[in-house]
Design a binder for this molecule. Structure first.
Ligand code: ZN
Length: 188
C-alpha cells in the first residue's frame, strides 16, 4: 500500500464528473487500499478517488456514527438520496466542514440531516446506508467529489467570498498543487 498525494483545489480532476467504475479488478483493489492508507495518514474521515487524481466514482470513509458505532468502508458507483436541507444559516460551531483538497480551512455549510446512500463494494455486492448527522454529511461531501463539486462550491455568503479570497491569497485555483500526508505538514 502507498500513501498517494492529495490534489488541491484548481486541479481539473477535482472539478469534473468522475466516471463509473466498470473494472472490479486488482487495480481497483490497489486504489482502494491506497485510499484507505492515504485517508488514515491525512488524517481524514473520508476520501474520494478524484482527490488522489483518479477520476472514478469511488470513495472511502472512516467515522463513528452519531450512535458511536465505528463505520469504515468503501462505496463504488454510489447513488445518493437527500433529505430536506434547512434554509437557515449554518451553525458556525456545529456545522463546520473541511476538505483534504482545501487543506487548513473550514467553513460552515448546511447539509441534509438524512440521506440514503446505495452503491457497490469491492466484490460488487450492493450496499445501502440510511445515515444521519455527521455520517450523512460525510456521504454528501464525498459524493459531491464524484460530481466535481467541492464543499466550498456550495458555501453561502460570507463564507463563499472568504474561501475565494483564501484561494487567491495562497495561489491555488490552478492545476499542479498537491500535498503528501505524513510528509507535508498540512491539516484539513
Ligand atoms: Zn473533500
Amino acid at each position: 500500500m502507498t500513501i498517494r498525494p492529495i490534489v488541491i483545489t484548481g486541479d481539473p480532476v477535482l472539478h469534473s464528473r468522475a466516471s463509473e467504475v466498470t473494472a472490479f479488478d486488482q487495480e481497483l483493489r490497489s486504489l482502494v487500499a491506497d485510499m484507505f492508507e492515504t485517508m488514515d495518514a491525512a488524517p481524514g474521515v473520508g476520501l474520494a478517488a478524484p482527490q488522489v487524481g483518479v477520476p472514478l466514482r469511488v470513495f472511502v470513509y472512516d467515522y463513528d456514527d452519531d450512535e458511536g458505532n465505528p463505520r469504515r468502508g468503501v462505496v463504488i458507483n454510489p447513488t445518493l438520496q437527500l433529505g430536506p436541507i434547512s434554509q437557515e444559516a449554518p451553525d458556525e460551531d456545529t456545522e463546520v466542514e473541511g476538505c483534504l483538497s482545501f487543506p487548513g480551512e473550514r467553513f460552515p455549510l448546511k447539509r441534509a440531516e438524512n440521506v440514503v446512500l446505495t452503491g457497490l463494494d469491492l466484490d460488487q455486492k450492493p450496499v445501502r446506508f440510511e445515515a444521519d448527522g455527521w455520517f450523512a454529511r460525510i456521504f454528501q461531501h464525498e459524493f459531491d467529489h464524484l460530481d466535481g463539486l467541492l464543499y466550498v462550491d456550495r458555501l453561502a455568503e460570507p463564507y463563499k467570498s472568504e474561501a475565494k479570497e483564501q484561494i487567491a491569497e495562497i495561489g491555488w485555483g490552478k492545476p499542479g498543487f498537491s500535498w503528501l500526508p505524513g510528509r507535508d505538514d498540512l491539516e484539513g
